[in-house]
Design a protein around this ligand. Structure first.
Ligand code: GLU
Length: 286
């Protein structure tokens, strides 16, 4: 039709980014189906990314099960699967300019604390903000095994204002990042730990969203509180900020949100009991 063109395929690019640390449950199915359906309705793209930077908890068997469950659900992704574990050195290199700008400091606080801080947020485990014990250390004092933390106050000062647009049901609107609140809720997050060549979920996920041209991040409401740190990182690195859509969580009959360890809700269990993909869509309210 003269004067009218189909929406560009890149106008809406979203992704599903599971951590292969357990089987997919109904909550993940909702997330994947919602993002997939939105992308298809917008004639956009839907990408699949494995957030497998936690080498202790990520298992190939879980990834294989996730791929099988997605195919069964009718979720088709565009392009190759991006596995974060293949790109750890590249993520770490992106930190070098931040270190040069005085925004990072080495931290030798306990390994267990740091490992927990690097992983994607865990259901039911509140995020602990760091008291700043090592904040006065310089990069030159970095020892093997030290983690790198973001000096959040310095970062906020450098970027000035940061904001993001949210379209999800609970927090819709424009969110200006409030420095005091960010200090209280996020603090000086760990971004990487060189000795073990691991990198934080916050960093890898923010870099990937920008590098893959994600225009809309569709994910569970449990990740809403972690969005400011990703937006701050995007601001520091000169990357675009996508629009965020944090969707409602699927809960069990007692109102508790589903967790990875909640095998009773694993998709594979419903499949074994003879459920169809349409049944799953109905169960999650799609
Ligand atoms: N890997 C995260 C999870 O499985 C999702 C992160 C995201 O969508 O940004 O909870």
């Amino acid at each position: 039709m003269a004067g009218l063109s189909a929406p560009a395929a890149w106008a809406f690019v979203t992704r599903f980014a599971p951590s292969p640390t357990g089987p997919l449950h109904l909550g993940h199915a909702y997330s994947a189906l919602l993002a997939h359906d939105l992308a298809r309705a917008a004639q956009g793209s839907f990408l699949l990314r494995m957030e497998d930077t936690d080498s202790e908890r990520s298992k190939y068997a879980f990834e294989a099960q996730i791929l099988d469950d997605l195919a069964w659900l009718g979720v088709r992704w565009d392009g190759p699967i991006h596995r974060q574990s293949d790109h750890i050195a590249a993520y770490n290199r992106r930190l070098e300019p931040l270190a040069a700008r005085g925004l990072l400091y080495p931290c030798g606080c306990s390994r267990t604390d740091i490992r927990a801080a690097l992983a994607a947020p865990q259901e039911g485990v509140p995020h602990q903000t760091y008291p700043g014990t090592c904040r006065s250390r310089t990069m030159a004092s970095r020892k093997p095994g030290d983690a790198l933390r973001l000096n959040l106050a310095a970062a906020l000062e450098q970027i000035g204002t940061a904001r993001f647009v949210e379209t999800g049901p609970t927090h819709a609107g424009t969110h200006n990042i409030n420095p005091a609140l960010a200090q209280a809720q996020i603090g000086d997050v760990v971004l990487s730990r060189k000795g073990e060549n691991i990198v934080a979920y916050f960093l890898a996920s923010a870099l990937d969203d920008a590098d893959h041209g994600i225009t809309h991040v569709v994910r569970g409401e449990d990740l809403f509180d972690f969005t400011p740190v990703q937006v701050i990182l995007q601001g520091l690195l000169g990357l675009p900020t996508p629009t965020y859509h944090h969707h409602r969580l699927i809960r069990d009959e007692t109102g508790k949100r589903l967790a990875k360890r909640d095998d009773a809700r694993a998709l594979s269990k419903y499949r074994a009991e003879g459920a169809t993909p349409q049944d799953i869509r109905r169960m999650v309210g799609l």
